[in-house]
Design a binder for this molecule. Structure first.
Ligand SMILES: Nc1ncnc2c1ncn2[C@@H]1O[C@H](COP(=O)(O)OP(=O)(O)OP(=O)(O)O)[C@@H](O)[C@H]1O
Length: 280
């Protein structure tokens, strides 16, 4: 597995002021969001921002509010208060499909693909948010419809190459090993040409080899495709190796946010989270 040292990158001239340079407007700025379910405070005043080249991780014990944050960002839940500025616009109150079309793509804890469709068709469905032709043009198959369809197919083939899915491209997704299905799901999110990618436990249930492959693809997405990401993941080794910064949540409240080396040393984090893991 590639091991990144976020601290050395921050001081490296190659990254200037770091991946979350304050001079650059962040792709995402979350301001004081709160969400409660019948008195249960799932998110209790959370603020953070994500830089345009950053891999930002959110960790915390079960029930800390990680998935709820993803659900607020992607429009599944509407927070009772707070703002979610995405590329300069407040997303609160927008429906999930509008947020996806604005450039926020998401993968899920459980594989959510059409298992009877091939890898290529699943990826083409991800691309669907970018097709702008109407029904008449689609039926007549001319002009813009044809051009856009050809562009979509070319983009999907690029993703197949990038994620090394060639050998499975014409097979139904349901027949593929779990680790490959998770990769196809990642591909479908990439097909949306996202400005920000939300990865919800991308290596959950994977064996070591599949985890290492996924870690490599995540780094390539950041470094070659220049797509910023938010990673929610229970695999601490993966988070500490990959993330530029980590936010630690406990009971819906951030305990700390910083580069992995700092976060790992924070006594409150050790007590609230890492300590708990160490005892298990
Ligand atoms: N739809 C819901 N209705 C009621 N309570 C909910 C709902 N969704 C989440 N919660 C509660 O909100 C809190 C945060 O849950 P959330 O799923 O966001 O945590 P998490 O950090 O993602 O946990 P895990 O690591 O187990 O996935 C928990 O107390 C949970 O029970």
């Amino acid at each position: 597995m590639v091991v990144l040292s976020a601290t050395s990158e921050l001081t490296s001239p190659a990254f200037g002021r770091g991946r979350y340079a304050l001079t650059e407007e962040p792709i995402l700025a979350v301001d004081e969001i709160r969400l409660a379910f019948k008195g249960v405070k799932a998110i209790d005043g959370v603020s953070f921002s994500v830089g345009r080249r950053e891999l930002f991780a959110i960790i915390g014990p079960n029930g800390a509010g990680k998935t709820s944050i993803f659900n607020v960002l992607s429009g599944v839940y509407r927070p009772q208060s707070g703002r979610v500025m995405f590329d300069g616009a407040n997303l609160v109150g927008h429906r999930p499909h509008r947020i996806a079309a604005a450039g926020m793509a998401r993968t899920f804890q459980n594989v959510e693909l059409f298992s009877n469709l091939t890898v290529l068709d699943n990826l083409l469905l991800g691309r669907h948010t970018h097709l702008r032709y109407g029904t008449f043009a689609a039926i007549a198959w001319f002009g813009r419809a044809r051009r856009e369809e050809l562009a979509a197919r070319a983009a999907v083939e690029d993703i197949v190459d990038f994620l090394e899915l060639q050998q499975w491209r014409r097979l139904p997704v349901g027949l593929l090993p779990y680790g490959v299905q998770k990769r196809v799901e990642l591909g479908r999110a990439l097909a949306m040409q996202p400005k920000l990618l939300l990865l919800d436990e991308p290596v959950a249930g994977m064996n070591l080899e599949e985890t290492e492959d996924m870690a490599r693809f995540i780094l390539d997405i950041r470094d070659e495709l220049n797509i910023p990401m938010i990673l929610v993941e229970h695999d601490m080794g993966l988070v500490m190796d990959l993330a530029d910064r980590v936010m630690v949540l406990d009971f819906g409240v951030p305990i700390t946010t910083g580069v992995p080396a700092e976060v790992q040393r924070n006594p409150e984090v050790i007590r609230a989270y890492l300590g708990e893991v160490a005892q298990n």
